[in-house]
Ligand binder design. Structure first.
Ligand SMILES: Nc1nc2c(c(=O)[nH]1)N[C@H]1C(S)=C(S)[C@@H](COP(=O)(O)O)O[C@H]1N2
Ligand SMILES: [Mo]
Length: 436
């Protein structure tokens, strides 16, 4: 290997040098077009695709970004999903559907498919497993392309894991509502996460069968959903490179979710599942995987899914990888609760870094804290359910707060450092309720 790929910052610096010298390919998108997009974004005061842009930002024109709020134009965009999205279970945000946390109350550790959030850049494609092929190709293989049918993939040794998929922008709206900051992108509250039990083949097995060589640097899965067009520029199919180190470590090509064939909205017949990394890594409807001896660039690891802002390098942070630490109550925002009646407050906490170790809850706006009771054995990659009994006394508005600490020792902070696209929010959320 030319590089120590376990060192992500070294890896990224090497990529940036290649990019600057024009050696890295931008994989389908003309590099000058991409540079034009960056320039346009910078001129508009925010790097990256603006509110009318795409990816995390794409649907903001329709759903209203956090900054524009209710004043956003209401374009006629509705999620192009196959499954129904009833208002009790989901809040619609442009082409996306956010899980209502209150709808998880009483459900088990796995998110039922009927309430698992959907994040679509365009619309859910209908693909037939029998016609589906995965083509693995690229200059870091020993030979030409190798194809896998659905049956061939299912015949490989299967792995099963319970893992969350969480959008990098989950919690984004709180940059605005709690921190007073303007950010671009879909204004999620905390419901852009779901936990499922996945079954599939190891990506490492598929890559080895395809003739992976030691020259490999990047592995680029690409979706079969429509190409993404933003600001008149066609960005091509959704795709984001993985360093070969991660691709060989624990990545799954999943064909089952919660014991069912992978449903269309979640990438059926086959999607990538990248444990603990931001949702965009887990490419749905995967159709081909390029294995390259050079660093690869797409809009999803250059302009998007890096941190931009005053405290970041001009080209942005390194591409984002691991998810962060969060907690959410299984309760409507702005709920009304009765005084003098004891109720059980329930919620969930999770971390991309380590198992959750402790959850504390405050029912008085953050003055006093008590330990929540954990209902699951904490495991990395999943969440823990927790509860605390609460007897509200005084009538009036109050804020419920939940704060998790994970096994790295990290506790959710009071504020999250700003970045223009509102990624990786991890501060304690003030859940407003009214006692009557
Ligand atoms: N092909 C394809 N893969 C994709 C996407 C997409 O639009 N197209 N969205 C990504 C993003 S941003 C997220 S957060 C997750 C969402 O997965 P879900 O819709 O199953 O919840 O899928 C990722 N994979
Ligand atoms: Mo996402």
């Amino acid at each position: 290997m030319p590089l120590d790929l376990s060192d992500e910052s070294q890896y990224d610096r090497a990529r940036l040098r290649q990019w600057a010298r024009g050696r890295a390919r931008s994989s389908g998108v003309d590099r000058r077009e991409l540079l034009k997009l960056f320039a346009a974004g910078a001129a508009a005061g925010s790097l990256g695709l603006g509110a009318a842009g795409t990816a995390e930002a794409s649907t903001t024109g329709a759903a209203g970004n956090a900054a524009a709020g209710a004043a956003a134009t209401t374009a006629a965009v509705a999620p192009g999903t196959v499954k129904p999205l009833p208002p009790e279970l989901f809040t619609l945000r442009g082409t996306n559907a956010e899980t209502n946390f209150a709808a998880l109350r009483g459900t088990g550790p796995l998110t039922p498919i009927d309430r698992f959030f959907v994040r679509n850049h365009t619309v859910t494609p209908r693909l037939d497993a029998h016609d589906w092929r995965l083509k693995v190709w690229g200059d870091a293989l020993t030979g030409g392309p190798v194809e896998f049918s659905y049956d061939r993939l299912r015949a490989l040794p299967a792995v099963e894991r319970t893992l969350f998929i969480e959008c990098a922008g989950n919690g984004r709206s709180f940059y605005t509502t709690q921190q007073g900051q303007q950010v671009t992108g879909t204004a999620w509250t905390l419901g852009a996460i779901g936990v499922a039990h996945w079954r599939g083949a190891r990506l490492s097995d598929v890559l080895r069968l395809a003739g992976l060589t030691r020259r490999a640097v990047d592995v680029l899965p690409r979706g079969l959903d429509d190409e993404v067009v933003t600001n008149g520029v066609n960005l091509g199919h959704v795709r984001r490179p993985l360093p070969v180190s991660k691709a060989l470590d624990d990545v799954i090509l999943a064909y089952e979710m919660n014991g069912e064939p992978l449903p269309p909205d979640h990438g059926g017949p086959v999607r990538v599942v990248v444990p603990n990394w931001i949702g965009i890594s887990s490419i749905k409807w995967v159709g081909d995987i390029e294995v390259s001896g050079q660093a690869l660039y797409t809009p999803w690891n250059t302009d998007l899914y890096r941190m931009f802002g005053p405290d970041q390098p001009p080209q942005g942070s390194a591409p984002l990888t691991r998810q962060t630490l969060k907690s959410a109550f299984e309760l409507e925002h702005g709920a009304t609760v009765s005084a003098h009646r004891t109720r059980l407050l329930t919620g969930r906490s999770w971390s991309g870094a380590a198992p959750v170790r402790r959850v504390e809850v405050s029912t008085d706006g953050g003055v006093r804290w008590q330990r929540a009771r954990l209902h699951d054995a904490p495991r990395r990659g999943s969440w823990v359910r927790w509860s605390v009994p609460w007897t509200p006394r005084a009538a009036g508005p109050t804020a419920l707060l939940a704060r998790a600490t994970d096994a790295t020792g990290r506790t959710q902070p009071e504020t999250t450092p700003y970045n223009t696209q509102g990624y990786l929010f991890d501060a304690v959320v003030r859940h407003q309720v009214t006692v009557v």
